[in-house]
Design a protein around this ligand. Structure first.
Ligand code: SF4
Length: 479
């Protein structure tokens, strides 16, 4: 860890991204810190690297953040010390590479006698040129996160008042950002004009809450009011709610991968329930690949569960839980190193040999990113005596990197970027490999007829907001 810190300290500037994270905010509740703790607990699936909470008592902003999981970071006495009725919180997702406390959020700064806190979900595509510009003007950065760029822009415009400062600062940034921010007396929720990442508004005992996903509202028994709209700046203070829409409307680009993989199935995001969305994808997979002959359908739990339910229902092939998950191991896709990922697979999923022996199995999976995790899992199923292994993936192949904050920002991280479906099948060791079509995915999203509000860039390469800055040849080389 010490060595990693040293490397980071000596390395040239390579901004890390706001990334796929969970954000939460509370206004007007005496237990703001505790509610935020529970909110982050519900959003833990969105980030397991670090977590933090900042709370305002209207005169001071206290914050605490650390590496690790929410329940390990916050103890009762920590939450009691975070006094106030206005708070923001953040859980951060891990990507390959060093992970440092200085990159944990919320970021809290003091400027001109006031203070500001920010928690960010998403990734700015023009963070590199903005950071160089700000550094040339004398700005000193504490972290390698793109989120800090927003704070510097805000500080430069702070003299105009918070609303104008926000409009001017956000007008400079591009890409994916859902933000919860606080000043000493305001909670602010913001979504970028395309609305890549979700952000919802709820109400609890006369106060207001903001969350990446509605599952956090269920836990604290808050009522969902509405989504923060794409391009909206929602200011919550003692006068109530005030909504600004200062930017020209843009075609929405909601991240469809939130539905396929990332969000919790008990959440509603972008106006739809995640569980039912995934189940529909399973139905459509069964329709598109009706020729698959199998004795049983099984998912790799948990993210494949709901598409597998839909596939089994539509194909009328019985579904079994052929591998058992150890729930006390983190999500393999977001462990920090390849070595840990492989270890995580072995620890996490154990096949039920007696169920699988001699069987033709239709395996339903939500996605294949690098392919290495799937290969390890398939190898374990072969060793358990499965006769045939047919994989059905509930989305099209990921051929293009995501610059908007999901953990495959380079082509090198995507097996489908450089391999055909047949090559992937062979690499993984399957008898057949079958993806849902892009039309099928859009039908699952209840969008037919061409027009839709979703980002599909990792499937079709059509980027609504292009990357800017010092890019290498493949444009989305890791920062
Ligand atoms: S490129 Fe893919 S993962 Fe990234 S925002 Fe778009 S749909 Fe989501």
């Amino acid at each position: 860890m010490l060595q990693e810190s040293k490397l980071e300290a000596l390395a040239p500037y390579r901004p890390r991204k706001g990334e796929e994270c969970g954000i939460f905010g509370v206004f007007g509740h005496p237990d703001a810190a505790k509610l935020t703790y529970f909110g982050l607990y519900a959003l833990q699936h969105r980030g397991q690297e670090s977590a933090g909470i900042a709370v305002s008592d209207r005169s001071q902003l206290r914050h605490y953040k650390h590496m690790g999981l929410v329940p390990d970071i916050f103890k009762e006495e920590t939450l009691q010390a975070l006094r106030g009725d206005l708070s923001i919180g953040h859980v951060r997702y891990s990507t390959t590479g060093s992970s440092l406390l200085c990159n944990a959020q919320p970021f809290v700064v003091s400027h001109g006698g006031d203070y500001y806190g920010i928690a960010h979900n998403g990734n700015l595509v023009n963070a590199v040129p903005l950071r160089y510009e700000l550094e040339a003007q004398g700005a000193i950065f504490q972290s390698t996160m793109d989120t800090e760029v927003i704070m510097h822009l805000l500080a430069r415009n702070a003299g105009c008042g918070i609303e104008e400062a926000l409009v001017r600062s956000l007008g400079r940034i591009k890409g994916a950002y859902s933000l919860v921010m606080c000043t000493k007396d305001k909670l602010i929720g913001i979504r970028d004009p395309r609305g890549f990442r979700p952000l919802c508004l709820g109400q609890l005992n006369g106060g207001y809450v903001l969350s990446s996903e509605t599952c956090a509202f269920d836990l604290i028994e808050a009522d969902y009011i509405r989504d923060v709209e794409p391009g909206e700046i929602l200011i919550i203070d003692e006068h109530g709610l005030r909504s600004l829409h200062p930017f020209p409307p843009a075609k929405p680009a909601y991240c469809i991968f939130e539905f396929i993989y990332f969000a919790r199935p008990d959440s509603n995001i972008f106006g739809q329930n995640v569980y039912l969305f995934r189940k529909r994808l399973g139905h459509l997979l069964a329709r598109e690949h009706a020729s698959i002959k199998a004795d049983l359908v099984m998912p790799f739990p948990d993210s494949g569960n709901y598409a597998a339910l839909g596939f089994a229902e539509a194909s009328q092939i019985p579904m079994e839980m052929g591998v058992i998950r150890n729930h006390y191991v983190g999500r393999t896709f977001i462990q920090p190193s390849q070595a840990m990922r492989d270890f995580g697979v072995r620890v996490k999923l154990n096949p039920v040999r007696e169920l699988l022996q001699g069987k033709r199995i239709a395996l339903v999976e939500d996605s294949i990113i690098r392919g290495t995790t799937t290969r390890t899992r398939i190898n374990a199923l072969r060793q358990s005596g499965a006769k045939e292994l047919h994989m059905l993936v509930s989305c099209p192949p990921h051929r293009f990197p995501c610059p908007y904050g999901i953990d495959f920002s380079t082509k090198g991280e995507l097996i489908a970027a450089s391999h055909s479906v047949e090559e992937i099948r062979k690499f993984i060791g399957l008898d057949s490999l079958n993806y849902l079509s892009l039309d099928g995915l859009l039908e699952g999203a209840r969008c037919s007829g061409g027009d839709h509000p979703y980002c599909l860039a990792c499937f079709n390469g059509e980027y609504s907001v292009p990357q800017e800055g010092q890019m290498r040849k493949d444009c989305f080389e890791a920062f």
